[in-house]
Design a protein around this ligand. Structure first.
Ligand code: URA
Length: 282
């Protein structure tokens, strides 16, 4: 069987047409082909994850280093946040998020310093999912709604997930490293990452996912506690530091909107993620 015939079988099994170079495919498309910029190796950090945000993009790093350019108001965005549960045990003030259940954790987050953001963006999706998607930080649309990935990048993320039979409505949970929108869409600072880190760790405790998918450089480098360029992190299975947990890495959808010629690589990442998910049951 030729490669094209196999690819057609694969795509049709996913309910897709030949999307890679078509604008009506699941990821949109492009007919441009541009070589990926090469990035030099960076030393692996040994300190806390916050060091990643401190150092900013390494020289020569890939293009996925720009602020989250996804603040075009989304027509679907309602300008109102979801309701936050009220319940919170008094001990949480002293103990932090350890031991809190989902609702208590969300209430706990809502009482933290908003750092100038309108509201916290806790997370969304199936709390009992086996796959956790972690982005960087909310943008303007997310800050308006209190829900992660609701702008243009979020719509693309949803299409990427749908291409591998995943959705926030059924089998993934989506959150960010940072729970509050950084002013001016800049990268989160080390202090911001450190402030929200216990919340993400508690979300992981509660969810007990089998796979974490880091989308974008900041999420990947922070989760893996390294400074390796994104292009070198994707395409291989990683272990979450200090946890028995697999991590895969792919491009941020906002980067793919700016650089659609990279979507074929994102598709390769998605196929790897799909293979990993299929292996859960074997
Ligand atoms: N970019 C992110 O990393 N997270 C969001 O929630 C939205 C845009």
């Amino acid at each position: 069987m030729t490669f094209d015939a196999r690819r057609d079988d694969y795509l049709s099994a996913l309910g897709l047409t030949d999307w890679q170079y078509r604008v009506d495919g699941p990821l949109g498309g492009t007919d441009q082909r541009v070589a990926e910029p090469e990035a030099p190796d960076q030393p692996v950090a040994t300190e806390a994850p916050a060091v990643v945000a401190a150092n900013g993009p390494p020289p020569g790093a890939e293009l996925d280093t720009q602020p989250r350019a996804d603040d075009t108001p989304s027509p679907q965005v309602e300008p109102l946040a979801r309701e936050v549960p009220e319940s919170l045990p008094p001990a949480a003030a002293e103990n932090g998020p350890a031991g809190l259940d989902w609702d208590q954790l969300e209430a706990y987050l809502s009482r933290q310093d908003h750092r100038g953001a309108n509201r916290p963006v806790f997370g969304t999706g199936a709390r009992d999912a086996e796959v956790l998607i972690v982005g960087e930080a909310p943008g303007a649309n997310e800050d308006a709604q209190g829900v992660p990935f609701v702008g243009r990048a979020g719509k693309l993320l949803d299409r990427m997930l749908a291409a591998i039979n995943c959705s926030r409505a059924t089998n993934v949970y989506i959150t960010n490293i940072c729970k509050f929108r950084p002013p001016d869409n800049r990268d989160p600072t080390p202090d911001e990452v450190a402030a929200d880190w216990p919340i993400l760790e508690r979300q992981i405790d509660l969810m007990a996912p089998r796979l974490v998918v880091a989308v974008g450089r900041v999420a990947a480098q922070t989760l893996l506690d390294c400074q390796t360029p994104l292009g070198k992190l994707r395409g291989q299975l990683h272990r979450y530091p200090r946890r028995d947990l697999d991590v895969l890495v792919t491009y941020h959808p906002a980067f793919l909107l700016r650089s659609p010629q990279q979507k074929s690589k994102a598709w390769a990442d998605l196929k790897m993620i799909a293979r990993h998910i299929r292996a859960f049951d074997q």
